[in-house]
Structures are given as C-alpha cells and as structure tokens.
Design a protein around this ligand. Sequence first.
Ligand code: PLP
Length: 408
Amino acid sequence: MGATKNKGKIGAETRRPAIAGGAPVRAREDFLVFGAPKICEEEIAEVVSCLRSGWLGTGPRAHEFEKAFAAYKKKRHAIALHSCTAALHLSMLAAGVGPGDEVITTPMTFCATVNAIIHCGATPVLADCDRETMNISPALIEEKITARTRAILPVHFAGRCCDMDPILDLARSYDLMIIEDCAHAIESEYRGRQAGTDGDMGCFSFYVTKNMTTGEGGMVVTDDERIANRLKMLALHGMSKDAWQRFSDTGYRHYQVVHGGFKYNMMDLQAALGIHQLRRIEENWRRREEIWNAYQAAFADLPCFLPAPPERNTRHAYHLYTPLIDTDRLGRSRDWVLEAMGRENIGIGVHYLPVHAHPFYRKTYRWQEGMFPQAEWIGARTISLPLSPSLTDADVADVIKAFRGVLG
Ligand SMILES: *Cc1c(COP(=O)(O)O)cnc(C)c1O
C-alpha cells in the first residue's frame, strides 16, 4: 500500500501548464531568477570593511584570495583577474599564441572561449563534442591538428571533466600547449587530478552565475613561475613586477612599462567576495549535487535525455543541469519549452547554441551548419534548469512541478 502510494507520487498530479492556460507554478513577482548567487553575511561584512579600509583596488585582499585559491587547487601560482575571458586571453599570450597560430576548441562553449583566441590574433579551430559528455572529442581534435596548431583549449562542460589523458597525449606528441577553460569546473576532478591542473594553465570564472562569484572575476593557475610573472605583468598595463605596490606603505617606487599590456587586474572589492565564497565552495557543491540528483530522479520518465551520470573516478562540479528535450517524442521544439517555462515564471538558460551558429563566426571563418553535428544536435535540444545553492527546497519543488507539467 505504502509502496503503491510512493510510486504514484511523482507525476501523479497532472497539471495544465501555464502555456496551455493553467495557473503558473510561481507568481510573476516571484519569478525564479536563473543562476542567482548565494551571498552571505561574511561577504557583505568583508566588502564593507574593504570599503572602509580605503583600499579598493588590487591589494591585500586580492593577494589573500590568490593564495587561498592556489592552496585549494594545490598549484604554486594563482593570478586573480577581472574575468575568465581575460584569464584565457592572457594565458594564451603567455603561452606564445599569436597571429598565424591555430587553437583548437569545442563548438559547445560560450563565445568568450573563442573570442579570447581571436584577441590573441590567432585562428579558432573547432572539433566537435561527444553527444553523451558534451565535451570535446579527443579523436576529433587529432584530425584538426596542423603545422600551425599551437594549443588545445578544452572546456569542461557543465562541470564534467574532458577526457584529459588522450588530450595530454596529443599535446605531448604534437608539442602543443594546453589551456583549460574551467569556467564551469572549479570543483571538478578527473582520475584524482583537479580540473585546471593538468594543462599548462587553468582558467576559472567568478561571474555571477558561476559556482562561486566575485561579481565579475577570473583566475589563472599554473606551476610555472615564469608564466605567472608574465601573467601579472600583462594584467597590469605591462608594468614591471608588483607595480600595484607603488602607492602602498612600502614607499613610492618607480615602475617600468616593459610591454603594451592590459587592464585585467582584480580589485580587492571583488576579492572580498571571493575569499568567503571559496570557503563555502564544498557546502555549495553538496547542495547543488543534491538538487542535481533530485532532478535526475524526478525527470526519469519524461520525454527528455537526462545528463549522463558522472564518469567513474571523476568528480562533477554540477555547474549546469542540462537535460535535452526529446523533441520527436514531445512533438514540440526546445524553444516552445523555453517559452512554456517562462510562462511558469521559472528562469532557464540555454548552454549553448553552438559557437558556429553565430553570424560573426560564420562570416569570418566560413563555419556552416552541418559541420559539427553533435553540437548542433545538443544545441537544438538543450535547456538549463536552475541549479544554484541559493534555491530552497520549495524552489526546487517548483522547478520540478513546472518542468513535469510542461513536458507531461
Ligand atoms: C562564463 C564563461 C566564460 C567567461 O567567463 P567570464 O568570467 O564571464 O569572462 C568562458 N568560458 C565559459 C565556458 C564560460 O561559461
């Protein structure tokens, strides 16, 4: 009796979705914002204390944050920057990527990955992803390697690690640099190794929707001291080492500009958030894992393809929860589902329309539809449901109710 009751529980209630005239799961004024960060009192107090200290720019808090992040990743150096886009850009410059070079990455990523390659004057080359993992396919990378290839830029999609061992083998065989886009993958691990630590450099994002946030922010980790110094120099106008100290209590020191650099340094105001967000990283990861698992259980019978479970001997960072709508079985397009979820007042995302679908790249690189069929297949079906640690159990129940109603 108890068993029958439980069995019937999920999905027993059939509700008319708002798009078909039913009442929305949430009221308009209670719209569930996608990717809302969880900010606690510690962050607020630290920001206030930073403001009161009078030192807002790069300084002691940015350095404390770098030290803590390097310790978390067990790397010798961590360089805090204004964004992951800046981190990718400077990493490639530090790796010597420039005009005439090619860098291989995936079409299933955010435009920033490809734009950073373009900022270096290099040419982005795409290798399609696998349908199951949504990560770049190592076998397809090899097909794209030419005499001009300089680096591989794997993206650990949604927090699932790329298959790094064959990628590292390729890098060794062809003498290529590896720069990892870990924007989704702060907590990810692959065969006991942390994401961002296999490559020459690992780049992280602290944008508002990411697993931890500094508002805007990024970080590069590396063990190479020469690269670390180059990154710091490039990030601050190309000024000689530690030029940020020129206004500190150590007394004024002249700096020298040794390169036409950039303005990519992280402010102490940003780091004030990061220091405390990093301390709560495991707690927030556990909450997202819980929500991820609740979704997997609640959507098993729906016309959608659920994310594959994490591979053995890996740790998923649970950055995005991305079921793929089975458009054939549902008889509706993914965009109809987006619209329907919006009508329920649930915020959703799309990660991603493949990079080569955008007009700029089509025009510039002559990328066309049909060139990367797996990324296109995913891009036409994917939807990201809210997966922030700031979600309450009631919020999660609303997402489940809305998604079941829409796909039911
Ligand atoms: C968010 C994101 C970036 C860019 O990060 P920013 O910190 O916003 O510059 C790069 N790559 C991927 C895969 C991302 O999701």
